[in-house]
Design a binder for this molecule. Structure first.
Ligand SMILES: [Zn+2]
Ligand SMILES: [Zn+2]
Length: 72
């Protein structure tokens, strides 16, 4: 039996956690984590994804930014 491991991804700091972690928001910056591509709903199968492998959507630019603010 094959279990697909998917990830939740923070579009703000590009942090990924396993779906099993059940985190809904990034502990670094409070951004809502994506558990699938916002454009085509493809699951995020790699913790290093910054773009959707199915439609090429840029995860980071898909989420509205709440004010321009430097992270560092
Ligand atoms: Zn984050
Ligand atoms: Zn997609």
């Amino acid at each position: 039996m094959k279990i697909a491991l998917t990830y939740r991804f923070c579009p703000r700091c590009c942090r990924a956690v396993p779906e099993a972690s059940e985190e809904d928001y990034c502990p670094n910056d409070g951004a809502m984590l994506l558990n699938a591509c916002p454009a085509c709903q493809a699951p995020i199968a790699s913790p290093y994804s910054c773009f959707c492998v199915k439609c090429g959507c840029d995860f980071a630019s898909s989420v509205p930014r709440g004010g321009e603010r430097d992270q560092n």
